[in-house]
Design a protein around this ligand. Structure first.
Ligand SMILES: [Zn+2]
Length: 345
């Protein structure tokens, strides 16, 4: 036995470079998907269908109507029930492939949890919307020797690069002087068309499949840059940027992992919402909070979060780890005030 259903994957195993042995390696493969928005949901979907054995889906957010044009794992029912993206994605992926093991993690990837979430997988896929998460991924990957696939999409443009620590340039080689941890704004997008996210997520999934089935020597080091509006596709060799003196991939410097976890409220990428972090180790009694808020707002609660519709179009979602996402504002100070007023400091 090779640990997979031979008939189900017959069209893949017939593809020579993958074969039965490659398919068996996919079935034994463990992958972490960081961020389950547009790129992460496309990559996770493709990997689940391809027969990868284990996925950890890490995402901090809940689905919104404006996600539906490109976040292929969610539907209108998920938006209505308001369950976290990681949990909704897990349900859909398990229905697509019952042999797949999926572990949802409804958290913000921060310095304090990055290593425990990422160190026990074979490959990490970047589906995040911010550079703070990417630098954390890069540092765990370099420290542990785990290959990871960077992806980005904006407008009609996409970028993908596979980073193999010790062999290719790492993210720090490409961005030698990143701003200090915590100082980067999250992206506020210039818009995006769904096809760009589909392309990037699909290329990221293909990179993961190569890494798992054929090993890290099979890829890495080139960046694909494509513009779907201009019909321009090119692949750039990033090897000349691999820096012999890179503090992270050559000398083990990990400023982002050593940075403070949690920190400041941050406006979330491409939406009218602010995330207000909680101190590390916070645990909220969601039932008690739901009961308390029911007196002043319309409340929905599940095992992962409590959501309350407040006045003036403001909605607050509080997660079990104490994080809150305030929708209906982009003002960080206002979001913090709303959280202290309704949830407590
Ligand atoms: Zn480097």
């Amino acid at each position: 036995m090779d640990g997979f259903d031979a008939e189900r994957y017959s069209r893949q195993t017939r593809f020579g470079p993958l074969g039965v042995e490659g398919q068996a390696r996919l079935a034994a493969g463990r992958v972490a998907v960081v961020g389950c928005g547009a790129l992460g949901s496309v990559a996770a979907l493709a990997l689940a269908r391809a027969g990868v054995g284990f996925l950890r889906i890490i995402d901090r957010d809940v689905p919104e109507p404006s996600n539906l044009p490109r976040q292929v794992l969610f539907d209108e029912a998920d938006v209505a029930t308001g369950i976290p993206k990681a949990v909704a994605a897990t349900g859909h992926l398990c229905r697509i492939n019952s042999a797949l093991r999926v572990e949802p993690a409804v958290v913000d990837l921060v310095a304090g949890n990055a290593e425990s979430l990422l160190a026990d997988v074979d490959v990490i896929v970047d589906g995040s919307d911010n550079f703070e998460a990417r630098f954390l991924v890069n540092e765990v990957a370099c420290r542990r020797g785990i290959p990871w696939v960077y992806g980005g999409a904006i407008g009609a443009e996409g970028r993908v690069m596979t980073i193999v620590p010790g062999r290719t340039a790492c993210l720090r080689c490409l961005v030698p002087e990143p701003p200090p941890p915590g100082s980067l704004p999250t992206c506020d997008t210039a818009g995006i068309i769904g096809s760009a996210a589909l392309v990037v997520g699909a290329v990221e999934a293909a990179e993961v499949i190569k890494l798992l089935a054929a090993g890290p020597a099979s890829t890495g080091g080139r960046m694909l840059v494509c513009d779907l509006w201009e019909n321009a596709w090119r692949s750039v060799d990033m090897t000349p940027l691999a820096a012999a003196g890179c503090p992270t991939c050559r000398a083990g410097d990990t400023p982002w992992l050593e940075g403070r976890s949690g920190g400041q409220p941050t406006a979330l990428c491409g939406r009218d919402a602010v995330q207000v972090p909680a101190a590390a180790g916070t645990a909220v009694d969601l039932e008690a909070l739901a009961a308390r808020l029911a007196g002043v707002a319309k409340v929905t609660a599940n095992s992962w979060m409590v959501r309350a519709e407040l006045v003036d179009g403001i909605r607050i979602s509080v997660f079990a780890d104490g994080r809150a996402i305030v929708s209906g504002t982009r003002e960080e100070s206002r979001a913090r005030a709303i959280v202290s007023r309704y949830v407590g400091a």
